[in-house]
Design a protein around this ligand. Structure first.
Ligand SMILES: Cc1cc2nc3c(=O)[nH]c(=O)nc-3n(C[C@H](O)[C@H](O)[C@H](O)COP(=O)(O)OP(=O)(O)OC[C@H]3O[C@@H](n4cnc5c(N)ncnc54)[C@H](O)[C@@H]3O)c2cc1C
Length: 491
């Protein structure tokens, strides 16, 4: 049965049990996971290991060709889409996290030598930058074997690539869940809100691709895990009557019975500065812009043997170190390096550990997510730290005999005017040990004031990691799902 669209205010009233209009789907689930991204897939698979009934809902469609995406195939290979081609995390139970990490890496081990013929392709940027760093006291590490090495070290990049294809949770982890009878996946299913009676969630309201809505019930002792990502999880929570009063006012027009929590606040991200150095004395060829969309026949032939430059991502070197600043915060940076143009080395410098700047995500009256405050370098101490990182490289490049150089008029100040996002957003429903007004979830990732509502994606991470985000988000989601399974007897 198709039901008419309802307003956000009506939706919230529904969430609060004051009206009932949406169709109710009959089957009840032990666990519903809202969002099939990096965290949602991993958490749902972990839950399905219990044999209990798990439903994974994803608003989007299929991503890989093998899962049904025939619309976005490559121009040079019509059986593959563009989607196929470690850091530190501290919970207070490191053993559990280490176990979750080991289990995840068993499925997605990563590699720093993706081409199966054992050769590195297009590696001149690694060659020259590694010598540049060695000359300044850095040393080489293997980021997969020794993920804790983070001081003045560089490495061949670790890529999630295996058997000639991008190694994704969709391929390795979702497939394991799909093989279990207790697990089901629905695509084109946008979760609008948790349906709750006071502190207890009884189901979710979902909007299908054709605009129809229905309520999918949870079993009496079931749980909802929201994993819609750092920008959409807050929207689902706001529409469920959970968040800062101002946001709930926008969706509810002053309805009472909300749970007031700082949802959407504490958004964090890696700020990225781009430093361009010149290797004028050596030939450092850059890949042409056509290398991936229209590869040469030689590279297509190599790819057929899981080899060649198409097997690799675009970065050629990663590095990590801590920074000296005048503040008491301990800052760290990571960098990725590629040849941006011929004889031109482009360094993307990410401000990581220590980042203090906070942004904010809110909801507009027409129900859209809005990043009202960008979290990039808002605090003076973060700007000082990023400046210190940029200046370190400018100083290296200005040393006599440096193999990479920089023009005299380049300054850290000018580089900081062009700060970009690392697309590593976190923190909009952050975890803390107590409900101190700054957090949204407890150490089991359960939303304060609820019985059975959890957040398991990047939103709950309180700090940015020293590396990229996907691996720590997957590991933390796996560990969180284990904790949620263990909690079951308590509600
Ligand atoms: C362009 C780009 C490049 C990146 N590159 C890297 C990289 O190289 N390495 C790295 O480690 N990290 C990278 N990241 C970051 C990484 O992708 C994220 O940190 C990670 O995916 C976050 O995982 P998540 O599960 O929290 O959210 P997501 O992976 O975003 O998953 C959220 C899922 O929920 C779905 N969803 C949203 N709303 C709803 C709803 N209402 N109902 C149902 N489903 C919903 C979304 O469609 C999505 O599938 C990159 C990010 C971007 C944007």
């Amino acid at each position: 049965m198709q039901i008419p669209l309802i307003t956000l205010k009506e939706a919230l009233l529904l969430a609060l049990g004051e009206a009932a209009a949406a169709q109710v789907e009959q089957s009840a689930y032990d666990y519903i996971v809202a969002g099939a991204g990096a965290a949602g897939i991993v958490a749902a698979e972990q839950l399905s290991q219990s044999g209990r009934k798990v439903l994974l809902l994803e608003r989007g469609g299929p991503s890989l060709y093998s899962t049904g995406n025939t619309q976005q195939v490559l121009t040079w290979n019509d059986t593959m889409t563009t989607y196929e081609a470690r850091p530190s995390w501290h919970w207070d139970v490191p053993k559990g996290i280490a176990q979750a990490a080991a289990e995840l890496y068993e499925h997605l081990p990563g590699t720093n030598l993706a081409s199966e013929d054992g050769k590195r392709y297009d590696d001149a940027a690694f060659d020259i930058t590694s010598r540049f760093l060695l000359a300044n006291g850095w040393s080489e590490t293997d980021a997969i074997k020794d993920p804790e090495a983070k001081e003045l070290v560089y490495a061949h990049p670790a890529w999630s690539i295996a058997n000639g294809l991008r190694d994704t949770p969709v391929r390795k982890i979702l497939d394991a869940a799909k093989a279990r009878a207790c697990f089901s996946l629905q695509l084109g299913a946008k979760v609008l809100r948790a349906v709750r009676t006071g502190s207890k969630v009884t189901g979710v309201e979902v909007e299908r691709a054709d605009g129809t809505r229905e309520i999918i019930p949870l079993a009496e002792d079931g749980a909802l895990l929201v994993a819609a990502g750092t920008h959409s999880t807050p929207r689902v929570l706001f529409n469920s009557g959970i968040g800062p009063a101002a946001q709930i006012d926008i969706v509810a027009g002053g309805t009472t019975n909300w749970i007031e929590l700082p949802v959407g606040r504490s958004l964090k991200n890696h700020a990225v500065a781009t430093i361009t150095l010149t290797g004028a004395k050596e030939n450092v060829p850059a890949l042409p812009a056509t290398a991936f969309p229209s590869p040469s026949q030689e590279n297509i032939d190599l790819f057929a043997h899981s080899s060649g430059v198409l097997m690799q991502s675009s970065q050629r070197l990663n590095f990590w170190t801590s920074l000296n600043t005048t503040t008491t915060r301990q800052y760290a940076v990571q960098g990725t390096v590629r040849a941006g143009a011929n004889s031109t080395i482009s360094i993307q410098l990410y401000l990581t550990h220590g980042t203090s700047s906070l942004g904010e995500v809110s909801i507009t009256p027409d129900g859209k997510t809005n990043m009202t405050i960008s979290p990039l370098l808002r605090s003076a101490e973060d700007r000082e730290a990023m400046s210190a990182g940029v200046n370190m490289f400018l100083e290296y490049a200005r040393l006599p005999d440096s193999i990479l150089t920089v023009a005299d008029n380049v300054t850290a100040e000018a580089i900081l005017t062009k700060i970009a996002s690392g697309a590593h957003n976190l923190g909009t429903a952050q975890m803390r040990v107590s409900n101190d007004g700054k957090s949204v979830v407890d150490e089991d990732t359960k939303v304060w004031g609820t019985d059975n509502l959890f957040v398991v994606d990047g939103s709950f991470h309180p700090k940015v990691p020293t590396g990229n985000t996907q691996a720590p988000i997957m590991i933390a989601a796996k560990y969180a799902a284990k904790r949620i399974l263990a909690l079951r007897r308590d509600w």
